[in-house]
Design a protein around this ligand. Structure first.
Ligand SMILES: [Zn+2]
Length: 308
């Protein structure tokens, strides 16, 4: 019989202490859903764009010009198109930007900030956070933080981890940096406080979900099975239904998009129609993630779904 490395012990052999500790390392705490949204709004809408651009290729150690150009489209064509739409509609949003993208396209980030949008962290080179050794993760987070602070003229207050995962040290580093919120986890539709090893951290979680993300429906990678199988009209239908559900519960509708994915002609139309659909509802509060996190932290409610 071979001696197993405890780290590779199969999950069915774990004792209760081990699976409980694993589950409670990072966990959802109290709901931060406010009793009322700002100015009595019925629903809160937080749109976000993850400007991955070239880093979705670079992070794999690839410098393929073809694949890089797919990301370059995000900076060159999509972000200007998106900023124009947001300007026309008078909507402010959050842009999550890797440090390397900020350095490749500093003028883009300045335009984003000058237009009143939020600039927030999204890793260094879109690295997979969960695979990083702790010391490397600290260094990359610090670099990303300082890079955005320098370009934006003020430090970022929020983070969305690339590919939406934490390492065992991520939450501790978020606390060390003194950030207000994270937007990478999925335990609720509504904002909540993150617990670390069962203890409240004061960090606001603004939850994401793959169903409220353009990439799983519309992504394309020639050398994997990723294909845009879903037509934009069906994506619009799903996003509208998520928004309508948030209205019915008086909750938060948080949507993640990627400039190089949503910014194409056939898809920006989807976003435009979604914004129009949202605006046909009375009492919508469009807010940046920072504004939502601050409001929820200052006005935490009972977490009950509102009955409208
Ligand atoms: Zn990303």
């Amino acid at each position: 019989m071979t001696t197993r490395d405890p780290a590779s012990e199969p999950a069915w052999a774990w004792d209760e202490g081990r699976w409980r500790a694993g589950v409670s390392k990072v966990r959802a705490g109290r709901s931060l859903r406010p009793a009322r949204w700002k100015d009595g709004a019925r629903v809160c809408v937080a749109l976000s764009f993850d400007s991955d651009h070239e880093t979705s290729t670079l992070r794999e150690g690839s410098v393929s010009p073809g694949r890089l150009s797919q990301g370059e489209y995000g900076a060159r064509t999509a972000v200007p198109r998106i900023l124009e739409l947001l300007r026309r509609e008078g909507v402010r949003v959050s842009f999550f930007v890797p440090g390397v993208v900020a350095k490749l396209h500093p003028d883009e980030q300045r335009r984003v900030v000058d237009a009143g949008h939020e600039l927030a962290m999204h890793g260094w080179i879109h690295e997979l956070t969960s695979e990083l050794p702790g010391t490397v993760e600290r260094d990359l987070m610090q670099r990303a933080y300082e890079t955005l602070a320098k370009i934006a003229g003020r430090p970022p207050v929020g983070v969305r981890c690339p590919s939406w995962d934490f390492s065992p040290t991520t939450l501790g580093l978020i606390r060390e940096l003194g950030l207000l919120y994270d937007s990478s986890l999925m335990a609720d539709d509504e904002p909540y406080e993150l617990l670390e090893d069962g203890a409240p951290t004061g960090i606001v979680e603004l939850p994401v979900e793959w169903i409220k993300d353009d990439a799983p429906y519309l992504g394309m990678n020639r050398f994997s099975a990723i294909r845009p199988y879903t037509p934009p009209s069906a994506v619009l239908e799903i996003f509208k239904a998520e928004f309508d559900g948030a209205v019915a519960e008086g909750g938060l509708f948080l949507l993640t998009m990627h400039p190089h994915i949503i910014g194409h002609r056939s898809r920006i139309a989807l976003l435009e129609e979604l914004i129009r659909h949202i605006k046909r509802t009375e009492g919508v509060w469009f807010a940046t993630h920072e504004e939502v996190a601050r409001y929820c932290k200052e006005n935490p409610g009972s977490g009950d779904r509102l009955r409208l």
